[in-house]
Design a protein around this ligand. Structure first.
Ligand SMILES: Cc1cc2nc3c(=O)[nH]c(=O)nc-3n(C[C@H](O)[C@H](O)[C@H](O)COP(=O)(O)O)c2cc1C
Length: 407
């Protein structure tokens, strides 16, 4: 049966071609039905890529297996990675028609900062593994697209250089680490360098994470990687510029065993700028974070890279937003690949929406223009759905614009 179908399709195709040949002589332009069956031309620039997902295979082709594996990996079966994006399908958009859309505005205010878009670039470590221009290229893209940048503590470029490239005071992400002196020194250093906020990531794995996809990719990589990677599993981290000159000999983990509310209080006493807590997935922890000094929370499961919960971040947003009760902004990241994903996150109570892997894909494939293209696509798609849903501003986007999908 399938063979018959294939033969039928082929016949239809061939008859299309002969029709085109006949028409071509008359009109000199093939009918669209034939044109669309041709192989698309190869992608030559970031502008040729249709959607954010289109950058992933290009990044894979551009990178050695282990570096691509580092971006792609989740833990165990990568089911949380997949759920993060798939869960956006749980929500459908209720589009309203009779609205004045003469002016469409994606600007917003987050922690007193004026943002042109609710999109921001979330922390991604070690970007020199993806492109020689690394975080500098990402910083330049943030500047040209007027997007907030959250810089990883594992940035391969010095934070001060990234801040200069980005033209903004950074949101500096840090890990708590199990050596308080090192953690404290990082906070002090970031503040001395003018960081606008410290982002504390609270979902780091205390034990080595089971990132099987990365491990498999490393086996498939025949290069000798010892020049960059030494034995210590934190080696890459501890050699990042933010740690330079610090005595890191006692750091054994990026997460202390006693990350309690009292630990948050201790950190809060060191932080003179905004403190944002990243890695929250429950209302209870959101409430604790706010009660212990957080100026903002990020609903995040680290892009499914640290624990296989099977729970998508978008499904955590409503309970976090309701626990926080508007006292601080709620940001979210994880699986954002379409403008409609951004729209849905805002409708469920988020004030800002972060991207992780897509910026790494864009960077690996095309450098700065790749990151810019990823941001442009998401922004364009967000504007399109805002227009279609009858929401001229971000404030107009509400829970009334969503309905839970059946099944
Ligand atoms: C390669 C890679 C490195 C990352 N490094 C960090 C990091 O240093 N600090 C951090 O808080 N989150 C880090 N993250 C997590 C992101 O900030 C973000 O939470 C996550 O990637 C969002 O999911 P998405 O990749 O599906 O967009 C990293 C993610 C990736 C893919």
């Amino acid at each position: 049966m399938p063979r018959k179908l294939t033969a039928l399709s082929r016949r239809t195709f061939l008859s299309g071609i002969s029709t085109w040949a006949a028409l071509g002589r008359a009109a000199e332009s093939p009918p669209a039905s034939v044109l669309y069956r041709r192989e698309p031309p190869p992608i030559a620039s970031a502008a040729d890529v249709f959607d954010v997902m289109g950058f992933e295979p290009l990044a894979q082709a551009a990178l050695p297996p282990a570096h691509y594996g580092y971006i792609a990996t989740g833990v165990d079966d990568n089911l949380t990675v997949a759920r993060n994006h798939d869960a956006f399908g749980h929500y459908e958009i209720r589009a309203r028609r009779f609205v004045d859309l003469t002016h469409l505005d994606t600007s917003c205010s987050v922690l007193g900062e004026a943002w042109a878009t609710p999109l921001y670039l979330s922390a991604v470590s070690g970007m020199r593994a993806f492109h020689p221009d690394a975080e500098i290229a990402v910083g330049r893209a943030a500047r040209s697209r007027k997007v907030r940048l959250m810089l990883s503590s594992g940035s391969s470029a010095p934070p001060a250089d990234v801040a200069a490239a980005a033209g903004q005071a950074l949101w500096q992400q840090i890990y708590p680490t199990d050596d308080w002196q090192v953690t404290r020194a990082m906070v002090q250093r970031a503040q001395e360098q003018g960081a606008a906020a410290i982002v504390l990531t609270v979902d780091a794995a205390a034990t080595p994470r089971n990132n099987e996809t990365l491990k498999r990719a490393m086996l498939a990589d025949s290069r000798d990687c010892r020049a960059c990677h030494k034995d210590n599993r934190h080696d890459m981290w501890l050699r990042a510029p933010l740690f330079s000159g610090l005595d890191v000999s006692r750091v054994t983990s990026l997460a202390p065993p006693d990350l309690t509310p009292a630990w948050l209080d201790k950190l809060r006493r060191e932080v003179r700028v905004r403190l944002i807590v990243k890695g929250i997935v429950t209302g209870e922890d959101a409430r604790l974070a706010v009660e212990h000094g957080a100026d903002g929370v990020v609903v995040s499961n680290h892009g499914g890279r640290n624990e296989e919960t099977l729970r998508a971040t978008i499904d955590c947003v409503p309970e976090v937003a309701s626990a926080v009760r508007g006292r601080v902004p709620v940001l979210v990241d994880g699986g954002i690949r379409r403008g409609t994903d951004v729209f849905k996150a805002l409708a469920l109570g988020a004030s800002g929406v972060g991207i992780g892997r897509p910026q790494a894909w864009g960077l690996a494939a095309f450098g700065q223009p790749g990151v810019e293209a990823v941001l442009d696509i998401l922004q364009r798609e967000l504007q399109a759905i805002m227009r279609q849903a009858g929401t001229p501003s971000l404030k107009a986007i509400s829970a009334a614009h969503l309905v839970r999908a059946n099944g």
